[in-house]
Design a protein around this ligand. Structure first.
Ligand SMILES: [Zn+2]
Length: 175
């Protein structure tokens, strides 16, 4: 088992939407970023890379690289999914917290979980997304931007069948 943590923050700039968990959400401001500024996916990628011991998202996708200008951050997440496969790990679960005074995630949460689960080839029940405000404190509290934390747990493929095929394989082994 390996654990990883990721954190990301972006400032707001003039605009009409933010992208969170691959979902475009209408908002009174946009996000200042080289890519689409998806703090949920950036924090999650950093958590996955951290758990794998492979550095951080900035090393894999330098913001000096024009290829990632306005990039859809699901490309980054799919790259992390590929690294998981290559290293024979699978996601046990991910827990993500969005820090923002606005917008509210509300009904978008289900689609965010579905997007992440699809990209990581798992089921939405393994992806939790929470949201909280900063109670008006600091830059986030003043609504100058938004941030996200992510924690992931990975299991190596050797232990990969735990929780799935339980019972059967043990019986078979006993025969
Ligand atoms: Zn970011």
């Amino acid at each position: 088992m390996r654990i990883g943590h990721g954190y990301d923050v972006h400032a707001f700039e003039p605009g009409d939407h933010v992208t969170l968990g691959g979902v475009r959400i209408a908002h009174t401001q946009g996000v200042k970023a080289h890519s689409d500024g998806d703090v949920v996916l950036h924090a999650l990628c950093d958590a996955l890379l951290g758990a794998l011991g492979l550095g951080d998202i900035g090393q894999h996708f330098p913001d000096s690289d024009p290829r990632w200008k306005d990039a859809n951050s699901r490309v980054f997440l799919c790259h992390c999914a590929q690294l998981l496969r290559e290293h024979h790990y699978r996601l046990v679960n991910a827990d993500i917290t969005v820090l923002a005074e606005a917008p509210r995630l509300g009904t978008h949460r289900a689609q965010m979980r579905a997007n992440i689960a699809a990209d990581l080839e798992t089921t939405p029940d393994r992806i939790n997304i929470k949201a909280t405000t900063s109670e008006g404190l600091g830059a986030l509290g003043r609504g100058e931007g938004l941030a996200a934390h992510a924690v992931v747990l990975l299991a190596h493929a050797e232990n990969g069948n735990h929780g799935h095929d339980h019972g059967r394989s043990h019986h078979r082994r006993g025969r």
